[in-house]
Write a protein that binds this ligand. Structure first.
Ligand SMILES: Cc1cc2nc3c(=O)[nH]c(=O)nc-3n(C[C@H](O)[C@H](O)[C@H](O)COP(=O)(O)OP(=O)(O)OC[C@H]3O[C@@H](n4cnc5c(N)ncnc54)[C@H](O)[C@@H]3O)c2cc1C
Length: 467
């Protein structure tokens, strides 16, 4: 039999690709990773999860300074040095990108720099400034991720029409910013720049913001944004978008049909992400697509033998970093002949790092009812949680959606301080198939934010103490 140099080639170094390559190295597979960008880490590390959370952290600190007097601290004339804020963010990204490089080296993964295209039959062509070479492996993982979708007729530019890439490179805080799309990405940038002092208009075509969340969560975030004086327009349309040379103008049609001319310094388009499945040679394989996303089985295998797909390119799973990583683990385990537990779509946490923050897992109340469960809901407000009051963030609640028959936990939805951290308990509980009763008996330390989660489990049976 002909000897193939690699057991595995991974295309893409995002959280899906780099984690898969490291795990493959740990399993002793001879592995190569191809990345077209000079730096490793993909969308998540370079222009997604990490830089946005760095800015969100600074926005939190800045708000503390602005409202320091509420806590008895006189802090005269605090100033925001945005170039320094950006430097800090860039430093965090660089540190972790180098970390990925080091981890890949330690796992003995060979790195190829260049643009990869599948050639069929286990071959991958890598094109770079220094030439073209073909690498061959028994298995290939496609982890090419996604990029921002643009509105028809518009093109991103660094000065006016921005995506997540350009907005992260701004060197000053814009005075007026319109954001089209109020999913996690749009809502997070709104929460960042509003708190830095930008006049933000968040425009969403659907009837509610963060539309994948439980309806009560969307309502609570919208209520809080409005209370913070962040302008939210749901059921609205932005049309006739044009650049003037020094600003962007658009026609905003609000929910009640009223039209308004809006002029802003910058426009952020956050209308979803397009999978990178074009021009990567899939036509040379039997890989099947569903509206541009790659179809896979429960082991992440595509229709082409030996070709797997993970992360944002995959059809049917949410575009999240931890999903990409998990799918990578499943694909590599399958390649290495190790036990691979397929992803359970109902146990994928989703987090939005706004203020207040969101963490959710499992079915929403509406989904649980539509699926015929005898739904019982427990809800506990952070207003009844002493730690939340101490932190000065007592907005929001924890909502548990359970099945009355067996006390099964169907979903947990949190909006409030550190909601994105608190969801961890609910994910572990659901993964361990704990019942509501078991979680009611679980001792929660006092005073903590996660006591609110314990109280919400008690609230399913009307037994919460502090509300
Ligand atoms: C602003 C923003 C904030 C986000 N925040 C969060 C968050 O807080 N939590 C969360 O879970 N998710 C978040 N996401 C989503 C998350 O970034 C993605 O789900 C995740 O990065 C997907 O990982 P991936 O490995 O599939 O692909 P990616 O991270 O997109 O990486 C793909 C890599 O493949 C490379 N590549 C593509 N084509 C080729 C080719 N032909 N040859 C060689 N290399 C190629 C790319 O250069 C890239 O490095 C956010 C996204 C954005 C835009």
């Amino acid at each position: 039999m002909r000897k193939v140099p690699y057991d595995l080639i991974v295309i893409g170094s995002g959280p899906g690709g780099y984690s898969a390559a490291i795990r493959a190295g740990q399993y002793g597979l001879k592995t190569a990773l191809v990345e077209k960008q000079p730096r490793l880490g993909g969308t998540c590390l370079l222009v997604g999860c990490i830089p946005t959370k760095s800015l969100l952290q600074t926005a939190d600190v800045w708000q503390r300074f602005v409202h320091a007097a509420d806590e008895g601290i006189q802090c005269d004339n605090p100033r925001l040095d945005y170039p320094k804020v950006k430097d800090r963010k860039d430093g965090i990204v660089t540190k972790h990108s180098k970390g990925v490089e080091m981890l890949l080296k330690r796992a003995k993964v060979d790195r190829f720099s260049g643009y990869a295209t599948l050639q069929g039959g286990g071959k991958v062509e890598v094109k770079s400034d220094s030439g073209v070479q073909t690498v061959e492996a028994k298995n290939i993982i496609v982890a090419t991720g996604s990029e921002a979708r643009m509105l028809p007729g518009l093109e991103a530019d660094p000065a006016f029409i921005l995506t997540n890439v350009e907005i992260l490179n701004l060197t000053e805080v814009p005075k007026r910013l319109a954001i089209i799309g109020a999913g996690a990405v749009g809502a997070e940038f709104a929460s960042i720049f509003h708190r830095f002092g930008t006049q933000v208009t968040l425009i969403e075509m659907l009837p509610r913001i963060v539309p994948v969340e439980d309806e009560d969560i969307s309502k609570e975030l919208e209520r809080n944004f409005r209370k913070q004086k962040l302008r939210v327009e749901t059921g609205a349309r932005a049309e006739n978008i044009r650049k003037t040379g020094h600003s962007v103008q658009l026609t905003l049609t609000t929910r009640d049909g009223k039209q308004e001319e809006l002029e802003v310094e910058k426009l952020l388009v956050a209308v979803g992400r397009k999978p990178n499945t074009e021009k990567i040679g899939l036509e040379n394989t039997k890989v099947e697509l569903d509206r541009g996303f790659i179809k896979v089985d429960q082991n992440q295998q595509t229709a082409e033998p030996g070709v797997y797909a993970i992360g944002d390119v995959v059809a049917g799973t949410p575009q999240l970093a931890h999903v990409a990583t998990r799918e990578g683990m499943i694909a590599v385990a399958h390649i290495a002949g190790k036990p691979a537990i397929p992803i359970n779509k109902n146990r994928i946490p989703g987090c939005t790092y706004t203020e207040p923050g969101i963490g959710s897992v499992g079915l929403t109340e509406a989904q649980a009812r539509a699926q015929g469960y005898q739904v019982k809901v427990g809800r506990f407000p952070f207003a009844g949680n002493s730690r939340a009051t101490i932190l000065g963030h007592h907005e929001g609640f924890v909502k548990v959606v359970a099945d009355e028959r067996y006390g099964e936990i169907l979903g947990v939805h949190i909006i409030g301080p550190e909601g994105f951290e608190l969801i961890g308990e609910a994910v572990a509980a659901m993964e361990a198939e704990a019942t509501v009763e078991l979680m009611m008996q679980t001792i929660h330390a006092h005073p903590t934010l996660y006591e609110a989660v314990g109280e919400a489990f008690n609230a399913v049976y009307g037994l919460s103490i502090n509300a």
